[in-house]
Design a protein around this ligand. Structure first.
Ligand code: HEC
Ligand code: HEC
Ligand code: HEC
Ligand code: HEC
Ligand code: HEC
Length: 423
């Protein structure tokens, strides 16, 4: 991962690139491949249709390479970008975007045909060049015969949501308006300049992948992925974009619920416990979403557990019960059992009645545990239990994905409170 990128000599041969693209386009015409069926149009980027063009589904292949670029400038490899944009590259490598093609996606690709897979890849590895490489790796019938052009590294698909997936169209580099500058095309610097657009600082840039369309899959009437619309309806919409919170100072980290510090900034928690009857108590935790610009958590996968316990003076702990913040849905995505997510700016009260000795001498403890991949833990476990029905090639990545989904849980915070004894 950290090996220095050795700039290749300029070995680009127009004919081989055309054949790589043609393989995809021919398959496209035959209706077999969703990749590379449209062409990217140039023109003004700051109109409302920017997002539609930038995230055309499917994305077009980059096309013929403009003259005059060195191999390093032409390359779509993140390592190549990283030679000149070291900071973004270092940060991106630690992000989940760099892991968007991991075992959790890969085992499922073995159960799909190419058209189904490309529907996933639109968000997980959206470039036409990535889809072509995966088609070759999976030996799908409509894979291109030609080998990839020189500016496409062999591992471009495995690298997930690469720099180029967001920043490169038709070999042109597109980015935000440089700080203190105006929008438009520049010819300064490397790779024949770049196009600067305010669209990169707009939440709609993220919506392509973090928002299902209105006719997308729903459970109990609710879109399975609805982050952009939750944000738009929230008080944050007028103040802070997705980028403001997830890319502060334009950092390429995209920390979310997998990161304790980010998740801590999302909520404010108060804990009370009072006696309601002789020997009877009521615990109440009030959780307010003060820092997530969408529901906390935004969709069905993560669960946040509120684990209540009574801790005696000698330190011994008696578990009292657990309440869950999240959208709980069965593994078939047909029924919801609960939806206790907390919209941005709102709060929710979680109560628990329990018996305990009086007079007190004990404390109520609230431990908040985050399971960022809870829904996948259940889904993958169920698939593993039926492992003999799966293609053998799917098993190793499925096991890895299951182990990983369990490993991401962490304790977010711990509060304790002595009971209030009213007379
Ligand atoms: C040989 C060095 C070099 C390589 C390789 C390179 N860039 Fe650049 N890039 C530059 C320079 C220089 C600029 C202009 C920077 C400036 O004006 O501040 C630039 C500008 C940009 C911008 C515009 C930044 C803004 O403020 O909007 C983006 C986006 C960008 N590059 C993305 C990429 C991506 C993605 C890759 C890899 C696919 C890449 N670059 C590869 C040198 C390079
Ligand atoms: C998920 C999409 C996405 C990916 C992947 C991505 N970027 Fe960016 N990049 C952005 C956005 C959005 C901004 C502008 C953020 C803003 O305006 O607040 C940006 C800004 C930049 C800038 C301008 C930084 C500045 O300080 O002005 C450069 C350069 C850049 N990206 C290079 C890269 C490189 C190199 C990679 C890969 C290592 C990469 N990006 C991966 C979305 C992406
Ligand atoms: C509209 C964009 C979109 C589409 C289409 C999509 N995903 Fe995802 N996927 C995402 C986003 C965004 C996340 C991360 C959400 C988060 O962490 O909150 C994700 C996360 C995942 C994860 C968990 C993370 C990991 O890499 O293990 C798996 C597994 C996954 N998707 C598989 C699939 C499969 C299989 C398909 C096709 C059936 C698919 N996705 C289609 C956007 C998409
Ligand atoms: C006001 C700051 C803020 C804004 C605005 C914001 N987020 Fe978040 N986001 C957070 C925090 C904090 C978390 C961690 C807690 C959580 O998961 O809700 C988070 C979590 C996430 C997650 C992790 C998955 C999950 O289930 O919660 C994704 C994906 C995400 N945000 C995407 C987005 C997108 C896309 C936008 C814009 C439409 C956006 N966020 C706007 C603060 C913000
Ligand atoms: C091309 C599709 C795509 C685009 C565009 C995109 N994302 Fe993502 N994002 C994903 C996928 C896929 C994942 C999950 C990767 C994984 O875990 O395998 C993800 C993960 C995340 C996470 C990590 C959430 C967690 O569970 O901790 C955050 C935060 C996030 N994205 C924010 C953003 C923001 C902000 C933008 C806009 C600047 C953006 N994304 C643009 C596809 C995309």
């Amino acid at each position: 991962m950290t090996a220095r990128f050795a700039p290749r000599r300029l070995t680009f041969i127009a004919a081989s690139a055309a054949a790589f693209a043609r393989g995809v386009v021919a398959a496209c015409a035959a209706g077999l491949v969703l990749g590379a069926c449209t062409r990217h149009e140039g023109g003004a980027v700051d109109d409302a249709r920017f997002f539609e063009r930038h995230w055309a589904d499917p994305l077009a292949a980059q096309g013929p390479l403009p003259a005059g670029l060195s191999a390093l400038e032409a390359s779509l490899a993140p390592q190549a970008c990283g030679q000149c944009h070291a900071q973004q590259w270092q940060q991106w490598q630690t992000s989940l975007h760099a892991r968007a093609v991991g075992p959790g996606l890969l085992w499922q690709l073995h159960l799909m045909d190419q058209a189904q897979a490309n529907r996933c890849l639109r968000c997980h590895a959206p470039l036409a060049e990535q889809k072509a490489l995966l088609a070759q790796a999976m030996a799908w019938p409509a894979r291109p015969a030609a080998s990839a052009p020189s500016y496409v590294p062999q591992d471009l698909a495995q690298q997930g949501l690469v720099c180029a997936a967001c920043h490169v169209r038709g070999h042109r580099r597109i980015g935000p308006v440089p700080r203190g500058a105006r929008a438009g095309a520049t010819t300064a610097g490397a790779h024949g300049g770049f196009v600067a657009t305010p669209a990169f600082s707009d939440s709609r840039l993220c919506a392509h992948c973090h928002q299902f369309p209105d006719d997308g899959p729903r459970t109990a009437g609710k879109l399975n992925e609805d982050t952009y619309e939750q944000w738009k309806a929230s008080p944050f919409a007028a103040q802070r974009s997705c980028q403001d919170c997830h890319m502060p100072d334009r950092r390429h980290l995209w920390r979310g619920i997998h990161d304790p510090e980010t998740t801590r900034s999302a909520i404010d928690v108060t804990l009370h416990v009072q006696r309601t009857a002789p020997g009877g108590y009521l615990a109440a935790a009030v959780v307010r979403n003060v820092g997530a610009g969408h529901h906390f958590p935004t969709y069905m996968v993560p669960k946040v557990e509120l684990q209540f316990a009574r801790v005696a003076a000698d330190g011994s702990r008696t578990p009292l019960g657990t309440q869950v913040i999240g959208w709980s849905v069965d593994t078939e995505l047909r029924h919801e059992t609960a939806d206790t997510r907390i919209p941005a700016g709102a709060s929710r009260r979680f109560e628990l009645a329990f018996d305990a000795p009086t007079p007190a001498g004990w404390q109520l403890e609230l431990r908040i545990v985050v399971r960022p991949d809870e829904h996948y833990e259940r889904t993958f476990a169920q698939s593993l239990a039926q492992g003999e029905r799966l293609p053998p090639a799917a098993l190793a990545p499925l096991r890895a994905a299951f182990e990983h989904s369990r490993s991401t849980a962490y304790e977010l915070m711990r509060l304790s409170q002595a009971p209030r004894i009213a007379n």
